[in-house]
Write a new protein. Structure first.
Length: 315
């Protein structure tokens, strides 16, 4: 190589190096946010090893080791309460996973709407509930389903029944009610990823299918669905990895003394223990630690399963 070629190669290497540095500088703020909100709070895990009682300093509290990790199963009453919480968590997460195909099906059907203005209206109306807070959802549900709500008032005036139904206090259908609310609130938002995946499907596949005499249902079943399955399985594996994460807001606003036994999932149980007036900060922290390790184990397990079945990992 002559001197000009060497200088050109050096300039290219320097340009690539500076470009890499600029990219790294761009992501530094996001790395800082991840550290502050995801890793720095792990410092609080030490509370699980102490008998913490506010407003005392942690250094002034008694060190108890792994006492709070074993106290959950120390007697029959605590075991029963914790097992009920785990049952609620498994049921709600199981329903979410079993019916995780609904957003994909909705995206496929929405894509088949040929009238563009109507299609945009439907997509907008089904996406908006995601941005409504659970407090407002509860307010709406209370206005409709409370003892003096619109549903009971209309039903009594119509002569369907004489006494108001306790819809919000009904513990027998808590699982179904919470699942339906989650479907209503999240289907449109979850379908966005599938809609984007549908937009990336080669249109020539559809043209070839129509030439071969396929109808709309056949193109959906043989082209659209197989093209969306990789996206579906990745999202499914991520949902399995976060099996114990149900969130707090939905269950917190709808809980009451009648349905508390059925509605209290693990996240809400931790909140009620730590911040809900029971003062069990150390116990709540211990449960959160166990939950984190279980979630981490599930994540690596489904990642290994994905690599084994699909030949591609999600991490």
């Amino acid at each position: 190589m002559d001197s000009n070629q060497i200088q050109t190669a050096n300039r290219l290497r320097a340009r690539k190096k500076w470009y890499s540095i600029k990219l790294f500088l761009i992501i530094i703020p996001f790395l800082v946010l991840v550290f502050l909100f995801s890793y720095y709070p792990l410092y609080g895990w030490r509370y699980a090893l102490y008998d913490y009682r506010p407003p005392y300093k942690l250094s002034d509290c008694e060190f108890v080791g792994f006492k709070w990790f074993t106290t959950l199963f120390s007697n029959a009453t605590k075991r029963k309460a914790f097992l009920q919480v785990m049952k609620n968590t498994f049921v709600m997460s199981g329903l979410h996973i079993i019916f995780s195909w609904i957003p994909m099906a909705f995206a496929i059907l929405l894509n088949e709407i040929k009238l563009t203005p109507y299609k945009k209206v439907v997509q907008t109306l089904t996406t908006l509930p995601h941005f409504i807070s659970w407090v407002l959802v509860y307010t709406l549900a209370y206005s409709l389903l409370s003892n003096s709500g619109a549903v009971n008032t209309f039903a009594i005036q119509s002569g369907w029944y004489t006494e108001p139904k306790l819809f919000l206090q009904d513990s027998e259908h808590t699982y179904l009610f919470m699942w339906l609310l989650g479907i209503w609130k999240g289907t449109g938002w979850s379908a966005i990823m599938y809609i984007a995946a549908i937009a990336g499907i080669d249109s020539e596949l559809y043209d070839a299918a129509y030439v071969d005499g396929a109808n709309r249902f056949q193109t959906m079943w043989h082209i659209t669905v197989p093209s969306l399955l990789p996206t579906f399985f990745v999202l499914l594996l991520l949902n399995v990895a976060s099996f114990l994460n149900n969130g707090v807001e939905q269950y917190y606003v709808f809980q009451n003394s009648f349905n508390k036994e059925k509605i209290q999932v693990l996240d809400l149980y931790v909140y009620n223990l730590g911040l809900g007036g029971q003062g069990g900060y150390s116990v709540a922290t211990a449960i959160s630690i166990m939950k984190s390790f279980v979630s981490l184990t599930l994540l690596f397990s489904v990642n290994s399963l994905s690599k084994l079945l699909r030949g591609d990992s999600i991490l």
